[in-house]
Design a protein. Structure first.
Length: 223
């Protein structure tokens, strides 16, 4: 750390260099805000950080520390708990094993005013590896690259793929173009031994699933 960085106050450092530049002690300093007479907030931050590192810390443990008090003790504990909950949620495995579960991941598209094509990439246990926007179109169409889907699937080492897109027109019935696109993507993924297991269309009137066999049979009839 340079002298310039070391001489900056934590809040100043946050604004100039970003949160990643802050040490654990500086993060605690920002939560504390200020010290009391005879005890600067840097010294207090070190004591609080040492206490936090010791293990399970109670409200009383913090409140009893000279310079903290009730409000700051609550703020510190709430910050830790919020981080814990978000981290736990982020690391939860999302399983998408059927059309209903796929729709839950895609229903946010109903409110979009443009067409979005989203891919759910899954591993062999149907755990969601990534939810990725592949294309954003106009109110009535999408420009879709099958190659982009295949490359993303290979990069993620996906075993299964679920497609999802919205119909801003308000009806979830698949169009002829939807069936053609589904069939093309399915065939492309088959070449690299990745299975397209569903295509979900969402709209104001609900949602509809286009299994690959339906896409193939209807496309065959149309042609």
């Amino acid at each position: 750390m340079s002298y310039f960085e070391d001489s900056m106050l934590p809040r100043e450092k946050f604004f100039k260099m970003g949160i990643d530049a802050l040490s654990n002690e500086e993060l605690v300093s920002i939560l504390i805000g200020s010290g009391i007479q005879g005890l600067d907030f840097s010294s207090l931050s070190r004591k609080v950080l040492k206490k936090l590192k010791s293990g399970n810390v109670s409200f009383k443990d913090l409140e009893d520390m000279k310079g903290l008090g009730e409000v700051k003790s609550i703020q510190i504990l709430c910050s830790i708990e919020l981080g814990r909950r978000i981290y736990a949620q982020k690391n939860e495995k999302v399983v998408v094993s059927n059309s209903e579960e796929a729709f839950k991941e895609l229903r946010y598209l109903i409110k979009k005013k443009q067409e979005y094509l989203v891919c759910l990439f899954l591993n062999a246990r149907y755990e969601l590896l990534k939810k990725k926007i592949i294309s954003i179109g106009t109110v009535d169409g999408l420009n879709i690259s099958v190659r982009d889907i295949i490359v993303s699937a290979l990069d993620l080492n996906a075993v299964y793929v679920i497609l999802g897109h919205n119909h801003p027109s308000g009806t979830c019935s698949p169009s002829r173009e939807d069936l053609i696109v589904t069939d093309n993507i399915m065939r492309g993924l088959d070449l690299v031994e990745i299975r397209l297991i569903d295509h979900i269309i969402v709209a104001e009137d609900g949602w509809e699933s286009i299994p690959q066999q339906e896409a193939c049979s209807k496309e065959g009839k149309d042609l």
